[in-house]
Design a protein around this ligand. Structure first.
Ligand code: PLP
Length: 358
């Protein structure tokens, strides 16, 4: 195996996928499995594809959806509101897209006509997280009065996204607003919107054992992080029965020697225009790992060996204080790290990090 590398424990990943999808299914929730954090890595997408209870595969990038397995039976869902300039590709490759702009929906309708297709949309409503979504009820009903007559658009669902930008935690009350939109649409136009998409991994905590904290009309969640890291994301709690260590990142030591902890000379700015601060801890055993900012943000990874301390990184080098563990490592040794959401995203995006399913 080549370094640096991330390993994916297939058994643990499958456990997580089966456990959580069946758990949701029992509570009447359809699962859209979100592949963006693993950059839709084909070996992993085919594992997702093999889990029968997963109904949709979802990603924010149309390129990733275009690369899904050709023989997949799952419906595909584009998470990021489409760019006007990609409407043709969206209608061609995604069965469903999340939308919040009427001009974009018009463009999708036009493309539907050109391609003789009906494209499904989920209209996104913003309840205060302040990323995507229609903000005013008046505007929502203006959109709806136009969308209901579009021949190549099917209003498949209403949705909301929380805890992504504004870190707003989903509650029964907030998701209840989604339900009341559905009821108003029914009352005004006699349209039964089939899907209410009630958020992402941060909504999972609402699925309590007797399911009294999630309205039964909420019937879809879009889940990324909980599958791969085994945590719910409203309170960052590990989910019982799920694995938190599906992924491990390994880097290799390319320099290993004692050096002072305080740089010698006048301190200017580092390679990233920052003026760094150093604490003088005397001489320490310093190791350089062949891993850098082009691969991962060092502040979003944790060494498995708790005696190691990450000091910093530049584009291609990561410096670690090995003083407490100096006897146990040498030039060429591998160092293992656990990943968080941000670092998982970057190692799967970096072409320099080799990926191995084990
Ligand atoms: C990324 C994303 C998700 C998945 O979020 P997780 O926190 O990884 O579960 C769901 N919906 C939308 C719109 C997203 O962009």
């Amino acid at each position: 195996m080549q370094n640096p590398r991330v390993t994916i424990d297939q058994k643990k990943l499958e456990d997580n996928l089966s456990y959580l999808t069946y758990y949701c299914q029992e509570k009447g929730i359809q699962v859209a499995a979100v592949t963006k954090v693993i950059n839709a890595y084909p070996g992993i997408v085919s594992i997702y594809d093999g889990i029968e209870a997963i109904k949709y595969l979802a990603d924010s990038r149309i390129e990733n959806i275009e690369n899904y397995p050709v023989n997949s039976k799952k419906e595909t869902l584009l998470l990021r509101t489409p760019m006007l300039s990609e409407a043709d590709r969206v209608v061609k490759s995604a069965d469903i897209s999340l939308n919040s702009e009427i001009k974009t929906v018009r463009k999708l309708n036009e493309q539907g006509q050109i391609q003789s297709k009906i494209h499904k949309i989920i209209l996104m409503i913003d309840f205060g997280d302040l990323r995507e979504g229609i903000f005013e009820e008046r505007e929502f009903f203006e959109y709806l009065s136009e969308i209901k007559d579009m021949p190549h658009i099917e209003l498949y669902g209403l949705g909301t996204n929380l805890t992504c930008y504004g870190a707003i935690i989903p509650t029964y009350e907030i998701l209840g607003k989604l339900v009341s939109y559905k009821q108003k649409v029914k009352a005004l136009y006699d349209i039964d919107v089939p899907i209410l998409s009630g958020g992402n991994s941060s909504s999972l905590y609402l699925l309590d054992s007797d399911n009294t904290t999630l309205d039964p009309d909420i019937n879809m969640l879009r889940i990324g992080e909980a599958f791969v890291l085994g945590v719910e994301t409203a309170f960052a709690e590990p989910i019982p029965h799920m694995h938190q260590d599906v992924f491990t990142l390994y880097g290799e030591i390319v320099e290993y020697r004692d050096k002072p902890s305080y740089p010698i000379g006048e301190v200017g700015q580092n390679a990233f225009g920052e003026k760094p601060y150093f604490e003088d801890k005397g001489t320490m055993r310093r190791g350089i790992i062949a891993l850098g900012k082009q691969d991962v943000n060092h502040s979003a990874i944790v060494p498995v060996d708790s005696r190691l301390e990450i000091i910093g990184s530049s584009s291609d080098h990561m410096i670690i204080d090995f003083t407490l563990a100096s006897e146990d490592y040498e030039l060429g040794s591998e160092v293992a790290f656990q990943l968080e959401y941000g670092s998982l995203l970057s190692v799967f995006t970096s072409k320099y990090v080799n990926k191995y399913i084990i």
